[in-house]
Design a protein around this ligand. Sequence first.
Ligand code: SF4
Length: 498
Amino acid sequence: MMKLKEHCGVYGVYSYNDESVFPLLYWGLIAQNHRGHESHGFLTYKNGRFHRHVNLGLIPEIKAKNVKDWMKKLPGNVGIGNVRYGTSGLSDEKSLLLDAQPFISEYERKRIGISYNGNVVNNPQLRAELTERYGKIDSTSDVALLTLYLLHKLREKGDIFEAARECMENVEGAYSLAGLMDDGTLFIFRDAYGLRPLCMGTNAQRTCYAFSSESVGLDINNFLNISDVKPGEVITLSEDGIERKRIVSIGCRALCSFEFSYFARPDSILNGTNKPVYEIREEFGRNLGREYSEIVADADMILSIPETANDASYGLHEETGLRWERLLWRHRFITHRAFITPSIGERYGIINRKVNILKNKLKGKRIIVVEDSIVRGDTTKIIIKKLRSAGAKKIHLFVTFPRIIGPCFYGIDMATYGELIGSTHTPEEIAKIIGADTVNYQPIDMFIKAIGLRRSELCLGCVTGEYPTPLAQKIAIEMKEKFLKGVKETGRIYETYL
Ligand code: SF4
């Protein structure tokens, strides 16, 4: 629910009809605003010039009378956009604004802008290398590194396909990316593992093409979802037409599996699954019912922690016949995010106000609470406390995402061992800490089967400790050893590892 920062949402559009793409960019990002609340931005191109607008917070409402002004401010038949949560760099307001995307880098009158979703793993090494060659970099974020790296490779190679190849070979991490060159070419690419989703759509006349992190960004503009951007693939759109090349192919992929439990919108269809996320979540619920049938037999009702666990609760109800009560409700317009509030007391206050519990049906009941995931455990703990004080007699937690035992290197804000309750505690210990009677995770094999992709097509790093990329694996092993020996973690592990 409100426990974890998402990552970013990317959008890119090219119209061969010479129409203004700003409205398409705007709606494409509105559909994906759940992926990033810290900042948003648009970058368009017309007559040899970039036009950019970035700001903090959600995509703003635009009143009908102001649409023309926005289109004037952001003109052109090509553009990119972004909604962001930073998983690298500083998070004070000044830094967030500086790092808001689309981000532009310029060197000797050559410029590019990029909007990306992901995270750079070899961040300190890349920063050191780029600083040595090109001087101080003002931004602390990885987007600055990625943009600068690409710009210089583009200058050296004179070709975006070759620049992207260099990037895929030398920059370890996750990046699903939309970029603009200073001749108005739109370029799109995805890291060789395809860690973050990215799909391609077009209008019925095939005169306009859009790229979106989630398919809902295409749906909202009435675009057909025609294909995924393949891992290692580069696509360019310009006056000369469309060019697609798969420049790196490593024979496997590693789409983030956490998207299916928590991040993606339920009505999105993520790469290669051919079914909406909500159907997968329903199957997660059925799996939990099958796996923990003894607990189900001893329970009076199912509750779901709103809202990403609703579909799994429905599946659990369908599988078991156990009544699903909607006794937990979120106050929709309380937008404070629990994790950015400094003190525990204040966090408790916000969550307490944000979730309303209908108490009259809970007294003396044995309940199953369905949750999408447990990261730090503190939000779940507060809700369980509220359920207990409302009179619940037994509380069993059913969790769709398997136990998180390690950090994420690829753009989800859980970047140390110390913050993860599952990294050092068994389900029994976690139950004790958060005040539940039992904590029951969906087994990994069932989780994979419900998604419908092969194990080798998914990233499961944070739940298995096996990361798809080599440096992440190395850091994970070394830092875990240190952590278990009691060495204090001093920040995100990919930013502090040298
Ligand atoms: Fe997703 Fe976990 Fe892999 Fe990160 S480590 S990309 S959260 S599955």
